[in-house]
Unconditional design. Structure first.
Ligand code: C2E
Ligand code: SIN
Ligand code: SIN
Ligand code: FE
Ligand code: FE
Length: 649
C-alpha cells in the first residue's frame, strides 16, 4: 500500500515520540489491512494513478497467473487481460476507465480473464477509485472473482429449471408447482385443459383459492404443510368435488417436494372419475349377472309362473332402479294381453287391464315386436290412457319391451318411472337380457304346462286303452259283462280300507283291470273248455300270470301295476303259482285282489260251472283265510262287504 499523504496534523507541531507512535500504528494498520486484503477470497489488485500495480493478493495471483513480485509496477493491462466472452474483443480495462471517469466501474457481464498461461476464466466485479482525504484519486482498487463455478451452477440450475418445466409441460397429467406459501408458481397445459381454466386464474394464487376452492380441505392443508416442514410426501389423496366448469369428479393427488429444494412442491393431479365409474360398472355388472342367475334359478326351480315372474319383476326394479314394472302375457289364440304380474303400482288397476295387440302401449309393443321407450309420457298426453288407470300414480318415463322366445311373442314387459329416465346403453342392454330371461321363463313354464297337459292326455289315453283291454278280456273269457270292473271296484275299496295311498291305489286300479290279461296267451280250447282241465291244460292255464308279466313289464307306465296280474294266483300258504310265494312275500295288492277275484268268479257263470250263491261264496272265502288268503285281508273284506254280522252269527 502506498504511504498515505501526511495527515493534516502536519500543521501543528508533532513530537518525535508521537511521530514514532503514529508510524508504528500506521505500520500495524497496514499489516492488518494487508492481512485482510490478502485473506479475502476475492481477487484484489491495487494500482497507482498511472495504472501500475502496487498490490495483488493471492487470489489475484491464482487467477492471473502472475506473482505479486513479478507484477509489481507493471501496467495493469499486462497482467489483467480481459476480453468479451462472445466477441473476443478487448474490453477497456476497468482501472483505466476508473482513472478516466473517476467513478466506480462494473465489469461487462460476460468478461473473460486471460491468464498468463492462457486459461480463460469468466470473472465479474468492479473497479473503484481510491481517494485521499482531500478527495484526490490516489489509485484504483480492482476486485474480481472467478465465476466458473457460479456460472456452471447457474447454468445447471437453468437447465434443471428448463428440464423441469419441459417435463411439466409435456406430462399428460395435470401438474402444479407450489412455492413455500403454497402459491402456484408453475402449471402445465394438462392442468389448464382438465380444469378449463387459464393462467390468469391460476398462477400466483394460493392453491386454496383455485376454482371454487376445491382444494381448501383441512386434511389436504395439513398434508401439504407437512411436506414443507418434514420433507414428506403423499400419494393417492382423493378429492371428490363438484368442480367449477367440469362438474362432479374425483381427483387423485400426489405431492412431493422437488429434490434439493425446500421451497417447491410438485403436485400431480389425476382425474380418476372414469376409472371409478368403470369400476362401479363392473360392480353393477356383477350384481346384474347375479340377478340373472337368481332368475335362472327361479326358472329352473319354480314351475309356478307367478313365483318366477314375481322374482323377475323384483330383480328388474332393483337393478334397473325403476319405480314399477308389469308383465303382460299374450294369449296366442285370442291375441290379448293380460297382466300376469305387477310390482310398484299404487293401484291394482293395471292387473285388470286386458289389451288386444295394437291397443295401448303394451299392445303396440306386442304388435310391433319392438322396444318402445318414452322418456316423458307427459308429452303424449293426447293418449290420456295412462291417466285413466295409473291414478294415483304419476309416471313420467315408460319402456315397453316385447318378450320373444323361439320366435314367438310371449308377452310384454313394461317399466314405469316417476321421474324422467335418461338411461345409458348398458341399462338397455341389461333390460334386454332380463327380457330375454322373462321370455325364456314364460316359454319354459308354458312348455312345462304343455308337457303336463300332454302327459295328462297320455294318461287319459292309457286309461281308455286299459279299460278297452279289460272289456275285451271279459268278453273273451265269456265272463259276465263287467267282471273286471267289479273286481277292480272291490279291490280299490279294500285298498282304501287297508290305508293305501291314492298313488298306490291308482296302480292297483290298473293292475286289477288287467289282472287276467295273460289269458290272451291261452288258447280258446283251454280257456273256453266247458269241463275240467287236464293236467297238461292246467300247465298252460297256470302260465297266464307270467304271460301278463311279459306283456306289461315293457310298458313303463304300467310297471308299478304289475303286482296283481303277476301275483294274483299266489296263495297265502305257498301253494299258489307262478312262484309259490308265501304269506307277506305276496305283494299286498295281490293279496287284496285275490279275495275280490275269487269272490266275484264264484258268483259268475263259468264255462266249466254255474255261478255260486252269495252265501256259499262267502263261506268259501271265510274257509280259505290263512290257506288261500291272507286272514287279515279276509277280515277286511268281510268289513268292506258288510258281512261282519255273518261272522258274528
Ligand atoms: P277264473 O274262472 O277267473 O277263476 C279265478 C279263480 O277263482 C280260480 O283260480 C279259483 O281260485 C277261483 N275259482 C273259480 N271257480 C272256482 C270253483 O268252481 N271252485 C273253486 N274252489 N274256486 C274257483 P284258479 O283255480 O287258479 O283258476 C284260474 C283260471 O283257470 C280260472 O279263472 C279259469 O279261467 C281256469 N279254470 C280253472 N278251473 C277250470 C276248469 O275246471 N275248467 C275250465 N275250463 N277252466 C278252469
Ligand atoms: C299398459 O300398457 O300397461 C296399459 C296402458 C296401455 O298401454 O294402454
Ligand atoms: C313283481 O315282482 O311285481 C311280482 C310280485 C313279487 O315280487 O312277488
Ligand atoms: Fe287269473
Ligand atoms: Fe278274474
Amino acid at each position: 500500500m502506498p504511504p498515505n499523504k501526511p495527515e493534516r496534523s502536519s500543521r501543528r507541531k508533532v513530537t518525535l515520540r508521537e511521530l514514532s507512535d503514529l508510524y508504528d500504528r500506521l505500520l500495524k494498520r497496514e499489516a492488518q489491512l494487508r492481512a485482510a486484503l490478502y485473506s479475502i477470497g476475492d481477487a484484489l489488485m491495487i494500482t497507482d494513478t498511472d495504472g501500475s500495480i502496487t498490490l495483488m493478493n493471492p487470489a489475484a495471483e491464482r487467477l492471473t497467473g502472475w506473482t505479486e513480485s513479478e507484477a509489481l509496477a507493471l501496467p495493469i493491462e499486462q497482467v489483467f487481460r480481459i476480453v468479451d466472452e462472445d466477441t473476443r474483443a478487448a474490453i477497456e480495462n476497468p482501472v483505466t476507465r476508473t482513472l478516466r471517469t473517476g467513478t466506480v466501474v462494473r465489469l461487462h457481464h460476460r468478461t473473460l480473464l486471460i491468464s498468463r498461461d492462457g486459461r480463460e476464466i469468466p470473472i465479474a466485479d468492479a473497479g473503484a477509485p481510491i481517494r485521499d482525504e482531500s478527495g484526490d484519486m490516489t489509485g484504483v482498487i480492482l476486485t474480481f472473482y472467478d465465476q466458473t463455478l457460479a456460472r456452471a451452477a447457474l447454468q445447471a440450475a437453468q437447465m434443471a429449471r428448463e428440464f423441469a418445466e419441459n417435463i411439466i409441460a409435456t406430462v399428460r397429467e395435470p401438474l402444479l408447482v407450489l412455492d413455500s406459501n403454497l402459491r402456484v408458481v408453475s402449471v402445465n397445459h394438462a392442468f389448464y385443459r382438465l380444469f378449463r381454466t387459464t393462467p390468469e386464474e391460476t398462477l400466483d394464487r394460493q392453491i386454496y383459492e383455485l376454482g371454487n376452492q376445491q382444494w381448501n380441505i383441512p386434511d389436504l392443508r395439513r398434508l401439504l404443510e407437512e411436506i414443507l416442514t418434514r420433507d414428506s410426501h403423499f400419494d393417492g389423496y382423493a378429492v371428490t368435488h363438484e368442480f367449477e366448469h367440469i362438474g362432479q369428479r374425483t381427483m387423485l393427488l400426489n405431492a412431493r417436494r422437488i429434490r434439493r429444494s425446500s421451497e417447491l412442491i410438485l403436485l400431480a393431479i389425476e382425474d380418476i372419475t372414469e376409472r371409478i365409474q368403470a369400476e362401479q360398472k363392473v360392480q353393477s355388472h356383477l350384481r346384474r349377472l347375479r340377478a340373472l342367475r337368481t332368475i335362472d334359478q327361479a326358472i329352473i326351480s319354480a314351475f309356478d309362473m307367478r313365483v318366477t315372474l314375481d322374482i323377475l319383476l323384483e330383480q328388474i326394479r332393483t337393478h334397473l332402479h325403476v319405480d314399477a314394472a308389469a308383465l303382460h302375457l299374450l294369449d296366442p289364440h285370442t291375441q290379448t294381453l293380460t297382466c300376469a304380474a305387477a310390482h310398484g303400482f299404487q293401484s291394482r288397476a293395471i292387473q285388470q287391464i286386458t289389451l288386444r295387440t295394437g291397443e295401448g302401449y303394451a299392445g303396440q309393443v306386442a304388435l310391433g315386436r319392438r322396444t318402445m321407450f318414452l322418456a316423458d309420457l307427459r308429452t303424449f298426453e293426447q293418449n290420456q290412457f295412462h291417466l285413466s288407470w295409473m291414478h294415483p300414480d304419476t309416471f313420467v318415463s315408460y319402456c315397453g319391451v316385447p318378450l320373444i322366445a323361439r320366435g314367438q311373442i310371449k308377452g310384454v314387459l313394461e317399466i314405469f318411472h316417476r321421474t324422467r329416465l335418461d338411461p345409458e346403453q348398458d341399462w338397455f342392454d341389461f333390460l334386454e337380457a332380463l327380457s330375454m330371461q322373462a321370455a325364456i321363463a314364460i316359454d319354459s313354464v308354458e312348455s312345462f304346462e304343455t308337457l303336463q297337459r300332454s302327459n295328462a292326455q297320455l294318461v287319459l289315453a292309457y286309461e281308455a286303452t286299459i279299460r278297452g283291454w279289460a272289456h275285451a278280456l271279459d268278453l273273451r273269457d265269456r265272463e259276465t259283462e263287467g267282471h273286471s270292473q267289479r273286481v277292480t271296484e272291490l279291490t280299490v275299496q279294500l285298498a282304501r280300507a287297508a290305508g293305501l295311498s291314492d298313488e298306490q291305489i291308482a296302480h292297483i286300479r290298473r293292475g286289477a283291470l288287467l289282472h287276467d290279461i295273460g289269458k290272451l296267451g291261452i288258447p280258446d280250447s283251454i280257456l273256453l273248455k266247458p269241463g275240467s282241465l287236464t293236467p297238461e291244460e292246467w300247465v298252460i292255464m297256470r302260465r297266464h300270470p307270467e304271460y301278463a308279466f311279459g306283456m306289461l313289464s315293457p310298458i313303463e307306465y304300467l310297471r308299478p301295476a304289475l303286482d296283481i296280474p303277476y301275483c294274483h294266483h299266489e296263495r297265502w300258504d305257498g301253494t299258489g303259482y307262478p312262484r309259490g310265494l308265501k304269506g307277506d312275500q305276496i305283494p299286498l295288492a295281490a293279496r287284496l285282489f285275490a279275495v275280490a277275484d275269487v269272490w266275484d268268479a264264484l258268483q259268475s257263470d263259468r264255462p266249466y260251472r254255474a255261478r255260486w250263491p252269495r252265501e256259499q261264496a262267502l263261506e268259501y272265502i271265510r274257509s280259505q283265510a290263512g290257506k288261500h288268503f291272507d286272514p287279515e285281508v279276509v277280515e277286511l273284506f268281510l268289513k268292506v262287504i258288510g258281512a261282519e254280522a255273518d261272522i258274528a252269527d
